[in-house]
Design a protein around this ligand. Structure first.
Ligand code: NAP
Length: 330
């Protein structure tokens, strides 16, 4: 079968790999869609730890081709949680499965979904409604990560929310915050098409990072950092109001440092909280997408084949684009 391999940093190629076979408790998934993500670019550049050589891709789903797991019939449409935890350590027992010391991820630590087929443990599967269009499968994992951020923010309704970064994570976060009852949702991003898009998805207003500086005095109850660049980690702290929360979803370079204002942390009771991966949120994301309650069609910019992935990942996302989805059978 064909697969997209990251052979060494910044170097990808389409390779032939043996067809996978399901072990007991596993299924083989015929991958129908796999999303490209900001984290894939970080992996390509060596900014996020990964095992090489690697078949990339951690946002994927498809149809079960072979099953050796009870309750998962051949032909079922599924999404795959790429993060595999041990399930028994202290963190897993407390529900913090993303922090499991033995956690590994498809498309990061072991071969992933930018391939025609993949064998995965049945415990990683979420059932999808059978009529969900293939490209929507690529959004389950990123939506699950955003649900983690939403849970940590603890919105109860009526809050003012800023979302920094208008990529897929930011656009999903806008929809979740609006759906959770936020009174004001402001998307902060540089590109006009992305601001326009967010206004159609539940944002009450949208502005550039410079314009956001002018709104500092007012402050936001919750700021979601969804860009993963140092200026937004800095700005997020300044945009939060006294007693507010900053939820960090963007992945910065590993050794990066930013200034922290300890006075504000203490005297403003500012909360800065990281949000990592999708602990126990994948099933909820699968249900939201199956029910069509989150608009991911508007976020799908292009569907490409494996041959185009290398060039696409090597460049920056194109102006206005949000999510590129790969169909490995194209
Ligand atoms: P993305 O498509 O690259 O979107 C991020 C966007 O942020 C950029 O495209 C850019 O859009 C915007 N941005 C850049 N500089 C900015 C600035 N100074 N102010 C405001 N916006 C700025 O990436 P993504 O897929 O949405 O992912 C976002 C981040 O989340 C990445 O770092 C990714 O690795 C991370 N992530 C984290 C988790 C988790 O579990 N924590 C899960 C998935 C992804 P403009 O050009 O419009 O400014």
């Amino acid at each position: 079968m064909r697969a997209l391999e990251l052979t060494s940093l910044s170097s990808t190629s389409v390779v032939q790999r043996p067809d996978p076979v399901a072990a007991p408790g596993e299924v083989v998934v015929e991958v129908l869609a796999c999303g490209l993500c900001g984290t894939d670019r970080h992996i390509l550049r060596g900014e996020y730890p990964a095992r090489l050589p690697l078949v990339m891709g951690h946002e994927f789903g498809g149809r079960i081709l072979e099953s050796r797991a009870d309750g998962w019939p051949v032909g079922a449409l599924v999404s795959v949680d790429p993060n595999v935890s041990c399930g028994s350590c202290r963190d897993c027992s407390a529900g913090r499965v993303a922090l499991c010391p033995d956690r590994y991820a498809f498309g990061v630590d072991v071969d992933g979904g930018l391939a025609a087929r993949l064998a995965v443990p049945a415990g990683q599967l979420s059932a999808m409604a059978d009529d969900v269009p293939s490209h929507r499968l690529a959004f389950v994992e990123p939506l699950a990560c955003c649900l983690r951020g939403l849970d940590l923010a603890g919105l109860t309704g009526g809050e003012s929310v800023a979302v920094l970064g208008g990529g897929v994570i930011g656009q999903l976060m806008v929809q979740l915050a609006a759906g959770a009852g936020a009174g004001r949702v402001t998307l902060v991003t540089r590109q006009t098409p992305r601001r326009t898009l967010a206004l159609g998805l539940g944002a009450t207003d949208a502005c550039t990072p410079d314009e956001a500086e002018e709104r500092l005095a007012r402050g936001f109850d919750v700021v979601f950092e969804c860009a993963g660049v140092l200026p937004t980690f800095d700005q997020a702290q300044r945009l939060a109001r006294r007693g507010g929360s900053v939820i960090l979803l963007g992945i910065p370079p590993q050794e990066a440092q930013i200034p922290i204002r300890p006075f504000a942390l203490v005297c403003d009771e500012l909360r800065i909280q990281g949000s990592f991966l999708n602990p126990l949120t994948q099933g909820r994301a699968a249900d939201l997408i199956s029910a069509g309650l989150v608009d991911v069609d508007a976020l799908t910019s292009r569907v490409i084949g494996l041959d185009e992935v290398g060039t696409d990942l090597a460049g920056e996302p194109r102006e206005g684009e949000v999510k590129v989805v790969v169909d490995p059978h194209r």
